[in-house]
Design a protein. Structure first.
Length: 367
């Protein structure tokens, strides 16, 4: 199995505790390779993503924490004469793809004895953490920007977590949670802790099972980059196992208002500079310093994929276009549909779009 190591000093993840960064140097933790996937070890008796438990690098004694996440539909629609596949991650238990990673993350927290934890989020990760913490019998406190969509804030409190709404942008919520962490709280960070990447990789496994092979292209929103990196690692696992001949072409989509990875990719950089934190309807990708950016820019070099930024004026029309086809998504999800109209290259087919969050989480501004 791959090992979790600091990307800077290569120190292995500690055998005790739950640090979110390397205690030795402050570096980011990540797996040193893709998960190991063996179709013979897929257990259909297990719920949701836990069918793939053999591919997760779990701590000893990690419990199954589940709300039935995963096994989401792949539906097909027409756009400009092409069939486009939509992976409806918006239909996970709390309404976003985050549930796949959170199920594994909370399992790991419980394996190390955590009874409470804090998290920061633009909304979806916080709602997911609140739900799975409740499922696991944990107490949670979630920091969100005060501007986070009302339904997400309501959802977090409904699950029993304490909501801390922080004035200012997304980065202000991240700064506020660190005060709790410095005071000794366990940080259930979906961005920094790499545990959830294994859960997200199951999207790739499901697409492979449905198609009987790899898609030509996978298009996904990119905030901190965990979704796209999980997909990359999942298809790498399939390729490593000899189950697909090659990985798909990847497209990471950001909002033009806050697009550090798209800007870095366009400039040929391996690490993005901090981007402006301008307001955007796509609040889920409003991240100025993505934790997984360096890994993504390394694992998706030119020729293997690209990053693009969608103008703000194109986001809501894209959501409305999906709505008119019976697919109700929040604006962050709609980025991938808008991106199809601005591709600089012909995308290998079939093209699969990852729709990340449910439209019920978003309240449109009154006209």
């Amino acid at each position: 199995m791959p090992t979790i190591r600091c990307v800077s000093c290569r120190q292995a993840y500690p055998a005790q505790g739950l640090p979110h960064v390397c205690p030795a140097c402050g570096g980011v933790f990540d797996f040193d390779g893709p998960p190991l996937f063996d179709p013979a070890q897929v257990d259909p008796r297990q719920p949701g993503v836990w069918r793939y438990r053999a591919a997760f690098d779990l701590f000893e004694g990690a419990p199954v924490v589940t709300l039935g996440e995963g096994q989401t539909p792949l539906v097909w629609v027409q756009k400009d004469g092409r069939s486009i596949g939509l992976k409806l991650e918006s239909l996970n238990p709390t309404g976003s793809y985050k549930d796949r990673g959170t199920a594994v993350l909370v399992s790991q927290l419980r394996a190390r004895g955590a009874e409470s934890a804090v998290e920061d989020s633009s909304g979806n990760a916080g709602a997911s953490f609140a739900a799975y913490a409740a499922r696991a019998g944990m107490k949670g406190r979630v920091f969100v920007p005060a501007s986070a969509s009302g339904p997400k804030r309501i959802q977090i409190e409904a699950y029993g977590a304490e909501l801390a709404a922080v004035a200012g942008p997304r980065s202000a919520a991240a700064a506020a949670v660190m005060e709790e962490v410095r005071a000794g709280a366990v940080y259930a960070s979906h961005a920094y802790l790499p545990f959830g990447l294994s859960g997200i990789a199951t999207i790739a496994f499901e697409i492979w099972e449905t198609l009987g092979g790899a898609p030509g292209t996978v298009v996904a929103p990119a905030g901190h980059g965990g979704l796209l990196l999980g997909l990359v690692r999942g298809f790498a696992a399939l390729e490593q196992a000899g189950l697909i001949a090659r990985a798909p072409f990847y497209v990471g989509v950001q909002a033009a208002a806050c697009a550090p990875m798209a800007e870095a990719f366009a400039q040929g950089l391996r690490q993005p500079a901090a981007a402006a934190e301008n307001a955007t309807l796509a609040e889920g990708v409003r991240v100025t310093q993505p934790v997984r950016a360096a890994a993504l820019l390394h694992e998706i070099p030119p020729g293997k994929g690209l990053f693009t930024a969608v103008p703000e004026a194109d986001i809501l029309p894209a959501a409305q276009a999906l709505n008119r086809q019976g697919i109700y998504v929040e604006p962050t999800s709609a980025l991938v549909w808008a991106a199809l109209s601005q591709m600089p290259v012909k995308l290998p087919e079939p093209v699969i779009l990852i729709l990340t969050g449910n439209g019920l989480k978003y309240i449109p501004t009154a006209k």
